[in-house]
Write a protein that binds this ligand. Structure first.
Ligand SMILES: CCc1ccc([C@H](C)CC(=O)N[C@@H]2O[C@H](CO)[C@@H](O)[C@H](O)[C@H]2O)cc1
Length: 808
């Protein structure tokens, strides 16, 4: 009877401003005259959330009614960024919100910036998951994100004398206005103990540790709020309550020991991007959210289905890399141990639902857990993994005479015994995909070569994408308005329409407007740089930006070395008519990654020298912005002229920053790596700057053993810079400080900086020339924006839905 609420309660019938004021007073408990920006931010968030709830319930009701196939996206990371501007835009409330606040002399932009940025991810993988949530809700997939509600996301980065400092990130300190706590949704997660066989021969696991997973739901509205899906994040708490007796004895620590231990599981995100640290707590985090998610989706399935053999018809599960790969034995365990199903049938059901996406080929990023740890923490899962390996081996022996299954199995008995999560995920999945065409081919030729031979149709490609809502409509309103006034607004919901801009590349008037928008964005970025690091940059200079996690394969070092060589050349002849450049870096290094942290220090030390040298004032500035995150990217990307995508070919699985820059009218300088290859195919060879060794050449050199010191000696500009660095030129004469970098480059140079340096220098000089011819440059820039339609995450999600999930 209460299904349909009285009209008067429908938030759509209350002007947004009134709803904001009502929440300010009755939800936030502040009156307008004393409210600060954060209070208005909270009130506006609650008012906008109200508008999403009806759509949310409608979507849920529709999914149940239509028995739509459900998609569950399991990810250890969701780098969702601030949600308010995105929700306002997707719900079509931007104008109304702007109007209300300017009416009251308040600036909506300032209120939006009062929202904390929930950095629940490290980098590409986490942000992709967030873009996918937006696209699944926009395209109308019944998709649900499952992850961890970390109390602390990726660390806050600051610099002390140029060195990276890490501090805990505190996104929840003022509460979270978007989530709904679901205390009634709670699942037990078990660890340790032992497994016995009962009289009926059934395996019974008696865990030594049990904690509870509690659900927190965040509504995810798609474009125009047509569909509102759910992001369910799990938080750990103890199954036991406080030990009151101990507490009264004053043993406060002992009394809350269980609570502290349990809550530590969802306390903080592991900051390792590409380095599997192999810590027990990390394994527990992976098991915790995976088990809670599988228990929850089975519970939901059984609400209106009885026959678990039908699960694959109604449910598709996507494993975001190997981090939730324990899902393979865990789903089998739940079906066998808790639903009394037969082992082989349970494995078939699990394999019918599970799909695995690989995001990296870096050996150190491929997770493998010590057998003894799995034995100790997950004795029942290990039994099941062994049975899966046996089933797999039998299948291989049956199908491939004389083929040894051992190298492909999950368990590697050698070197003390390991469980290889990549193999486990591959064996337990129906489909395995890479994230760019090149990466998927390399997966077949390298890490999964033998598995690909035995399962030739299992691997397919789904090239990454980005949501055009956050990464154009919201972060670059100037360009969005220009596009909409030129070709209408259909591009927001369907980015393939943006190709209607192609003819305007030939339209001088349009190019000038395009350029004017870019200049405004560069001025905004210049103000941000001034406020963040106190460096004044000229918005008419060429803004050359490299923003991403710091990693040797992403080659921030090669960019820094080229910058130092440019500095030398400018100093040698300041009047040579140089194209003024602002080199902008940003990105975090994993705290344990010393070489990456040393590269940050080198760039900061070089900046001190270059930015204070009057000889190159107005010609060259070097900036390293602290604490790069989603919100910073939303200011940096619209203000870029040049996008640095210079990874060692074969190492960047896809990249997604490359897509964001090109969509916002920046030109790419890059290698034929990851999705750069496909960006080149779509924007055209003349509208991108490609250089360097290709993946097969890199592989040949890495296996062939190269002599980087010889290459340096043969590359004068590089030699000069390397000599300067090792002589202490950038370190007040301290010849030791950057020894780690110099020795590494000269001796190993595994990531091929030395052989690619000259080509990189040459193409940068070519770019100087091209930028001077602004008409040509703007034509190329318009053609980049106009040809990026395919890189919408809506296209990617439709690919997953049609080729993998069968869910549309
Ligand atoms: C276990 C530690 C760990 C943590 C995160 C990861 C991620 C897979 C690293 C990552 O973010 N990979 C990036 O994924 C993006 C989305 O597909 C790609 O665009 C990037 O090329 C890839 O580096 C590996 C290992």
């Amino acid at each position: 009877k209460l299904e349909k609420l009285p009209e008067s309660l429908d938030p759509k019938n209350v002007p947004l401003g009134e709803a904001v004021l009502r929440h300010l007073v009755y939800s936030v408990g502040k009156d307008a005259s004393h409210a600060v920006r954060r209070d208005w931010c909270a009130a506006l968030s609650l008012a906008v959330r109200d508008r999403m709830v009806d759509g949310w319930m409608d979507t849920t009701r529709r999914i149940y009614k239509e028995k739509a196939k459900r998609v569950y996206y399991l990810s250890m990371e969701f780098m969702i960024g601030r949600l308010l501007e995105d929700a306002i835009s997707n719900m079509g409330l931007t104008a109304e919100a702007k109007g209300f606040f300017s009416e009251h002399g308040l600036d909506l932009q300032e209120i939006l910036e009062a929202e904390p940025d929930p950095a629940l991810g490290n980098g590409g993988l986490g942000r992709l998951a967030a873009c996918f949530l937006d696209s699944m809700a926009t395209v109308g997939v019944a998709g649900m994100g499952y992850g961890i509600r970390y109390e602390h996301g990726i660390f806050r980065q600051s610099f002390q004398d140029g060195w990276q400092l890490e501090e805990p990130e505190d996104w929840l300190i003022f509460g979270n206005n978007w989530e709904f706590h679901r205390p009634e949704v709670s699942y037990p997660i078990s660890f340790g103990g032992s497994v016995q066989q009962d009289a009926q021969g059934k395996m019974v696991w008696t865990p030594s540790e049990r904690i509870l997973a509690g659900a927190f739901d965040t509504p995810i509205a798609g474009w125009q709020g047509k569909h509102v899906n759910t992001l369910r994040l799990w938080s750990a708490r103890s199954a036991e309550t406080l030990n009151l007796h101990q507490f009264n004895q004053g043993e406060f620590m002992a009394a809350s020991r269980q609570q502290v231990l349990a809550e530590s599981i969802t306390k903080v995100l592991y900051p390792g991007d590409h380095t599997a640290e192999g810590r027990e707590l990390r394994l527990k985090q992976e098991v915790f959210f995976t088990s809670a998610s599988l228990q929850d989706l089975l519970h939901r399935f059984l609400l209106d289905n009885k026959d678990l053999t039908a699960l694959p018809k109604h449910v598709a599960i996507q494993l975001n890399d190997t981090h939730p790969a324990i899902a393979v034995p865990e789903l089998v365990r739940l079906l066998v141990d808790e639903h009394d199903m037969e082992f082989v049938q349970s494995f078939e059901i699990a394999r019918g639902c599970l799909n695995y996406t690989n995001h990296t080929l870096l050996p150190e990023a491929l997770e493998k857990w010590p057998l003894e740890l799995i034995e100790r923490c997950l004795p029942r899962h290990l039994q099941i993994i062994r049975e899966i390996d046996n089933l797999f081996a039998a299948e291989i022996r049956a199908k491939f005479e004389g083929k040894d299954p051992a190298p492909m199995q999950a368990i590697d008995p050698h070197h003390g015994g390991w469980v290889r999560m990549g193999n486990l995920a591959f064996i337990g999945a129906k489909r395995v995909n890479g994230v760019s065409a090149l990466h998927t081919e390399l997966m077949k030729q390298t890490v999964f070569k033998d598995l690909h031979e035995v399962y030739p149709d299992r691997i397919l490609n789904q090239t990454n994408g980005i949501t055009p809502r956050r990464w154009l409509k919201e972060c670059n309103p100037g360009l969005a308005e220009l596009i909409t006034e030129t070709i209408g607004e259909d591009w927001v919901g369907d980015l393939s329409h943006i190709s209607e801009l192609v003819p305007y590349a030939e339209d001088k008037a349009f190019r000038d407007k395009f350029k004017a928008v870019k200049l405004e964005n560069k001025k905004r970025l210049a103000a941000y740089i001034q406020s963040e690091v106190g460096i004044k940059v000229d918005p008419t200079a060429l803004f050359d930006i490299q923003i991403k996690r710091i990693h040797e394969y992403k080659r921030q070092l090669m960019n820094a070395l080229e910058t130092m060589a440019l500095y030398n050349a400018m100093k040698a002849d300041p009047k040579a008519g140089w194209q003024p450049r602002v080199k902008i870096f940003a990105g975090k290094a994993a705290p344990s990654y010393t070489l990456a942290k040393l590269i940050i220090k080198l760039i900061n030390d070089a900046a001190k020298v270059i930015n204070n040298d009057p000889d190159v004032d107005g010609l060259l500035k070097l900036v390293f912005l602290p604490n790069y995150n989603v919100s910073a990217a939303e200011i940096l990307i619209p203000g870029a002229d040049l996008s640095e995508q210079i990874s060692t070919a074969g190492f960047e699985a896809s990249g997604t920053g490359n897509m964001k820059f090109a969509l916002n009218g920046a030109l790419t300088v890059g290698t034929l790596d990851g999705a750069n290859v496909e960006i080149k195919e779509h924007v055209g060879d003349d509208n991108i700057f490609i250089f360097g060794l290709e993946a097969d050449e890199v592989a040949a050199r890495q296996h062939g053993g190269c002599q980087p010191w010889v290459t340096v000696a043969e590359t004068p500009r590089l030699q000069e810079v390397v000599t300067q660095i090792s002589s202490g030129f950038y370190s007040n004469g301290d010849t030791e400080r950057f020894k780690g970098i110099v020795d590494n480059v000269l001796a190993h140079d595994y990531f091929q900086v030395t052989p690619d340096f000259q080509a990189y220098w040459d193409i940068q000089r070519k770019i100087d020339g091209e930028f001077k011819d602004q008409d040509t440059w703007q034509r190329m820039a318009v053609l980049n924006t106009a040809n990026m339609g395919w890189f919408s995450a809506d296209r990617t999600i439709r690919g997953y839905a049609n080729d993998i999930w069968k869910a549309l």
